[in-house]
Every structure is written in structure tokens, then in C-alpha cells.
Design a binder for this molecule. Sequence first.
Ligand code: PMP
Length: 403
Amino acid sequence: MTQRDLFLRYVAQTSDSPLLLNIDQADGIYLCDTDGKIYIDLIAGISVSNLGHCFPTVVEAIHEQAQRYSHLMVYGEYAYSPQVELAKLLCSVLPRTLDNVYFVNSGSEAVEGALKLAKRFTNRSELISCYDSYHGSTHGALSVSGNEMRQQAFRPLLPDVRHIHYNNLTDLQYITERTAAVIIEPVQAERGVVLPNKEFLLQLRQRCLETGALLILDEIQTGFGRTGTLFAFEQLGFVPDILLLGKAFGGGLPLGAFVANRRYMQCLTHQPVLGHITTFGGNALCCAASLATLKVLLTENYVVSVAEKAQIFHRLLSQHQHIKAFRQFGLLMAIELEDFTTTKRIIDRCIEKGLITDWFLFADNCLRIAPPLIITEPQIIYACRIIIEAIDEVVGQEGKIML
Ligand code: PMP
């Protein structure tokens, strides 16, 4: 049996069409498979590898930490230095009110913790989120994700969840004194990068203040530099009550966090004591990788360079005749095409040509482009040339078939 056969046989599958690449080594923006074929990684493991693969100081930090210790005790008992240093540095770059970090293992767990915190702090039960949002696959996170197709097979989910329309000012009236929290993304990534209306976000912030509902911002996909600032909210003119991190936050290792004011966080300490606990949350290796990543993002110019790189993608892709729309928030981008069949064929063609892209959960007619932030201008130009060639070949062929 080949490695692929073994994968299909023994590893639980999430779809009937996995990409099935068998990667031997990754470096920077490149992946190399076991046959020696090189690919450009234009999705960064779905917005994870913001510094590319095997960034030297991150590898060094993991190596060094692995030689000291990895897991010693469940979260919340020992004062691990990588965890403490990471929490301190993170709080130093966040607004004053976001001064306390709860570490978990993934984005979904950050969502779960934040929902519990909001319910416990406000003593309310209603949770509000947006249609077409994605917040994760665990029960609570799925309950506040706004996609009926994904939810229906798993009902009953959390009670007292209401959905509102993203960017719809009128719907803000549904946030009331009954609402524990509103959870929202700074851009609806899985809907194919649907951008926020700033006025909507500002009024949402105001409405939460008026009603006492906590505003939870899901920056699991946008955080750690992807949009051109360390966090997207810096460009949107408001500060959330609870900030959610995951994906790129772990520097390639599994790490999530919810960050809030210490006054809120203290509710998880009492009545009941140990109100939220996790064995591996804030694992020392993961925190060491995250800390090394954050230090690079704060000292080198990768985050600042996002705007310029995003512009190059825009210039090269947005005007193409077969592209129906091009949406981006920094280096989180969607190329809208005709339909899923076309998109899938273009993805397959790109992979044949040595470039990895993907589609979005709720927008299967869009190509996902989310490269490592370290990508260079010549690499962007080369990658866009491959994408355009693939689109022209597939759409051109479709034209011929139709004739
Ligand atoms: N929120 C957002 C915006 C996400 O993009 C994701 C993952 N795609 C999650 C939450 C869930 O994160 P995880 O897969 O790490 O549980």
C-alpha cells in the first residue's frame, strides 16, 4: 500500500476529495513532496504559517524549549516561562483593556472559552452571531457559526443563539439586555472574504456598550499580521471586550487564546473554582513557538509589508477577464469564479503546476489566496502568473467544450 492508500484507509477522512499531497519537507513558502516536486504554498496551511515554514528563530525556539521541557502540568498551575513571557508581550501590544490571556489549544476552544466567560460574567444566556460566519466545529463554536447546512445534522445545538446579518445596521436592534455576547469576525473569511462595513462595526460596538453585551472578536484567521496590522481591529477603529486568537498565533504549533480584561477573566476562577480548565492549553513548546513568532512580527517589517504585497496581488489579479470579483483584506484574498466545478479544476491545475490554493467553506466558487507574509515580490509575480495561466486554460477549455 502506498502512503496515500494508508492515509485513506487508516486516517479518518473529512471529505471524499482530500488533496492527498505527501510532503517531505517545507521551507519558507515552498513545500517539497516525496517525489521531489516543489509547490508554492499560497494558503499557508489555511492562514497558519504567516512566517512561512521552518522560520529559523521559530525552529530554534521550539528546539531549545523541547530540550528543557514540553508538558509538565495542566494549564493554570505552573508559571511556565514561555507562557508568562508570551502573555506579557502580547498584552503589551494590545489596548490597555485587553490585559489577561487564557491559553487553549485551538481556535474552536478559544471560542468555547469566550462564550462561557461571557455567559458567566453577564449572567445572561443569549448569544448573537452572524449568518455565514465560521467560528469552529466544536458544539458551542458550531452553534454560533451561521451556516444551516453545517448545523442541521448536529442539532440540538446550544440554545438561545440568534443570528444577525453581517453589515446590516437594522439587525443591531436584536442585541438587547438579554444578550450575553455578540461574536463576530473582522472579515467574513469563509464566505469568500466579505469585508466589514466600518459603520456597522462602530454601531455594533456602541450597541454592545449600551446593552451590556460583551463583544467577542474572532481574529483566529486574521490575527498575527495577515491583514497588515498585528490585529485587524487596529484598522477598524474599535476594541473588542474579548479577542480570540488561533491559527498563526501558535507559530505553526497548536495554540489558541481568548484575551480579555482581568476583571472578566476572574469569573472563571470562582463559583465554580476551575470554571474552565484544559490539560494542554498554553503548552510550553507552543508558547515558545508563538513567542518567537511574535518577536519576529514586532521587529521585522513583514506586517508592514503586507499592504504593498496585497497591492501587487490586486494589480495582477483584479482586472482579469475571467475573474468575476477579487476581494482582499491584506493578504487574505478571494478570487471569485463562475462556479465550484471551474474553481476545483483551477485548483487542480494550479497544483499540477506546483502552486497550492484552495476554496472557502461557504464560497466554493472562490479561490483562497493567503500566502505566508514573507512572500517576496518576484514570488508573488510568479505565483500570479501560474494562477492566471491555470484560469485561462480551464476557462478557455470550458469555452471550447460549450462551443
Ligand atoms: N474562527 C475562524 C474565523 C476560523 O477561520 C477558524 C478555523 N478555520 C476557527 C474559528 C476555528 O479554529 P480551529 O480550526 O483551530 O478550531
